[in-house]
Design a protein around this ligand. Structure first.
Ligand SMILES: *Cc1c(COP(=O)(O)O)cnc(C)c1O
Length: 733
């Protein structure tokens, strides 16, 4: 499909302002705005609603509007109408901290690809005024959780929608909550919109964010609405699910959106599906007392709603699945809803609870896992639904994760023409795999990205050292106490990156299981190595936090035993910006989860987008992206997955087996890095990642596969393009 850049010049950037009855927005032409809105409000329901508890799309890693204005050298404006927008864009906050990890970042990447592929969709999530949390790290304490203060009002691309009847007032929805005695309280939410604007500025996907943190919101709800995954109590957790789920249908109707298909990104928002079932059921039985409905009637209603529902399950790990005590849930929901939950959210293991995963798994027309291996595991976990479970392997938004330096290289090669719109073109590089120009340019870009990462790290280490005298935080890194203004971490040293949420099954400390062995590998051949780590543990996850502490505690011993050749650096407060810098700057990306608990993993795909090879357990996406060693290295246990392998208890985490396997593999990798001529096998792997993995593990291809599950009509040229993206890979092949 031809993507037409709107002819935006410095003279006409004011044409990027669009408005309607809900407000005035910046970034797309009025014509684009109206077309998108018309599709979302089409009486035939030609759009999909994408429901996610978290969305990660920080503007400091990707903002096509900002980029366009930079290209036009318009970073300020005298025009009164434009001034406010541009000031926010260039001088306002650039983080929207309403994500905790892979699930949210995947949601953001998905929506960006929907926009690029012009798939009519609207996303719904919550606006958390305290975000997730800010991580401080102290060498003696480990992780310290601080609340985030961010201001949606000051953040560009976020708009508080206005009430069309009363434009001075914010738009709001009122959502009924019930107590044990079925007494009603109406709870109000304001409505924010963020726009994910396409790379060509010719389309957008609105993200509707419900904001329950209002002056009149009752305490417990306000508390639950403040922070993503607030786990202070089961009630806070349940209220969060309830606020998301119950807000969806009312807010869509308030905006006139007519989405036909509902896509649940995890089960968190499944209460929206419950509400649709309640409405169907009322139609079937002809009166509102749903408690009198028979099981058959409830099932008939559920079957109808299932035709409109797509469910993506993201993890085999139990903590990822929502289950709530029935008595507790009765305190916040209507009796009619409980009648439906009794039947559809039945929990075999815990009959006293409602299981939201069961409900999402029951009521849908397609249930998708996020990799092939995860599909097989999910079928084992839900044998009664095995037939309808299939794989759509995750991807990442290539335009977000490819570094500027790599992008500049890609722009130079005619074989990669149009790579911004079609990540499939990287497959064309096959005949050029040994092209000296391509290889040397890629090598230079890699060095540039490594330099950026090391600048960041060296500055950080000095800053921590200086802060020691100003705050009570003890620097997290040993290196801060070793350096003076002239010593630096050396970017020529082989550098391995690891960053993700610190959950115990991800085993961040696996490779430090035997420091003697690790040190010996390094000292025997005089092969220095850097490990760059980052990641947050959920504030309530004590074991996860202890893994962070354990890693910090390793630093000294590792340094000493390796005679200073092996160094471990921890970067606090992991976010998308740090992720982007790390995946592009390191020499290899490490993933060491317990197989098969990493359903997909996406940070390794971000590395692959930049040609950076992975060193990974054969779990999640890597079982598909490894290509017999052409793109990186594998280690650890393989073979068929058994029910028992799903255990997360500490004694079943296979530390000694899998770390031994890592120590066996590591010398090969170091040898390739230090002894092969100019790192030529690393460049081989870089090129092969571009050829083999970029066309597969991108969200354009993933969106195209999901599109086959949605009920949408697209114009023929666009449908063609989507068929092309879908043909790049078959997740179930
Ligand atoms: C990509 C990303 C993740 C997910 O990484 P996994 O490898 O899937 O665990 C988590 N956090 C941030 C900030 C990311 O960018």
């Amino acid at each position: 499909m031809p993507h037409t850049y709107y002819n935006i010049t410095t003279a006409n950037i004011h044409t990027l302002i669009a408005s309607n009855q809900f407000g005035t927005f910046f970034g797309v032409h009025q014509k684009v705005f109206d077309e998108v809105w018309a599709n979302l409000t089409h009486p035939d329901g030609n759009s999909a609603a994408y429901i996610s508890m978290e969305i990660g799309a920080d503007p400091d890693v990707y903002s096509p509007v900002k980029q366009r204005l930079i290209d036009l050298e318009r970073t300020s404006s005298m025009d009164n109408k434009l001034k406010g927008f541009i000031k926010k864009l260039f001088h306002g906050p650039e983080k929207i901290p309403t994500y905790s990890g892979g699930l949210g970042v995947l949601a953001g990447d998905t929506l960006k690809s929907f926009a690029d592929c012009q798939i009519p969709a609207v996303a719904i999530s919550l606006l958390f005024r305290q975000g997730y949390f800010c991580q401080l790290v102290d060498s003696r304490i480990g992780q310290i959780c601080q609340t985030v203060a961010w201001q949606p009002e000051a953040t560009h691309g976020l708009y508080l929608l206005q009430d069309p009847q009363n434009p001075e007032e914010p738009l709001h929805v009122d959502i009924p909550f019930y107590n044990q005695n079925n007494q009603i309280t109406m709870i109000r939410a304001q409505v924010w919109m963020k726009m994910e604007i396409s790379h060509s500025l010719d389309f957008f996907v609105p993200e509707i964010l419900l904001d329950f943190s209002l002056p009149d919101t009752p305490g417990p709800l306000k508390n639950a609405a403040g922070q993503l995954y607030n786990a202070e109590s089961s009630m806070a957790k349940a209220l969060q699910r309830r606020m998301l789920g119950s807000g969806i249908i009312p807010v869509l109707r308030k905006l006139g959106f007519t989405a036909k298909t509902f896509h649940l990104n995890e089960q968190h928002g499944v209460i929206a599906i419950l509400q649709l079932i309640a409405e169907e059921l009322q139609g079937i039985i002809g009166h509102p007392d749903l408690c009198t409905a028979t099981d058959q009637q409830v099932m008939a209603a559920a079957d109808k709603v299932a035709l409109r529902t797509i469910y993506t399950i993201h993890t085999p790990v139990k903590a990822g699945h929502d289950r709530f005590d029935k008595a507790l849930y009765a305190g916040i929901s209507h009796k009619s809803c409980q009648r439906i939950l009794e039947l559809l959210a039945h929990d075999v293991e815990h009959p006293g609870s409602y299981n939201f995963t069961t409900m999402a798994m029951t009521v849908n027309r397609a249930a998708n896992s996020v990799s092939r291996l995860h599909r097989d595991v999910t079928r084992k976990q839900f044998p009664q639904f095995a037939k309808k479970i299939s794989a759509i392997t995750n991807g990442v938004h290539h335009l977000t994760w490819i570094s500027d330096a790599r992008a500049e290289v890609f722009n130079l090669f005619p074989a990669l023409q149009d790579w911004q719109h079609d990540p499939g073109v990287f497959g064309n590089l096959g005949p050029m795999a040994n092209d000296p120009k391509l290889r040397s340019y890629l090598n230079d870009a890699w060095k540039k990205d490594t330099a950026i990462l090391f600048n960041f790290i060296n500055t950080m280490l000095l800053q921590h050292r200086d802060q020691k005298f100003e705050t009570w935080i003890d620097p997290p890194n040993l290196f801060s106490s070793l350096i003076d203004r002239n010593t630096r971490m050396d970017p020529k040293v082989f550098t391995v990156g690891f960053a993700r949420r610190f959950s115990t099954y991800k085993r961040a400390d696996l490779i430090f299981d035997n420091l003697d062995t690790l040190a010996e590998i390094v000292t025997t051949n005089n092969w220095p190595i850097n490990f760059i780590f980052a990641g947050k543990a959920h504030p309530a996850d004590a074991p996860g936090k202890s893994v962070i502490k354990l890693i910090l505690d390793c630093q000294k011993e590792l340094h000493r035993k390796s005679n200073g050749l092996a160094n471990l650096i921890f970067i606090p407060n992991y976010d998308m910006k740090i992720a982007k810098m790390m995946v592009a700057g390191v020499h290899a990306w490490l993933n060491s989860p317990k197989r098969p608990l990493e359903a997909s993993g996406t940070s390794g795909m971000k590395a692959a987008m930049n040609g950076v090879p992975n060193i990974s357990i054969m779990d999640g996406w890597w079982a598909e992206g490894y290509h017999n060693g052409q793109t990186g290295w594998k280690f650890g246990l393989e073979g068929p997955v058994e029910e028992a392998d799903l255990s997360e208890s500490p004694e079943t985490l296979l530390y000694s087996e899998d770390s031994a396997s890592f120590y066996k593999t590591l010398p090969t990798i170091l040898k390739e890095f230090y002894q092969e001529e100019k790192g030529s096998t690393f460049l081989d792997k870089a090129v092969m990642n571009l050829i083999l993995n970029v066309p597969i593990f991108n969200t354009h291809r993933m969106a195209a596969e999901y599109l086959t599950r949605y009920d949408l009509r697209l114009p023929e040229p666009q449908q063609d393009e989507m068929r092309h993206f879908a043909s790049l890979y078959n997740s179930n092949g």
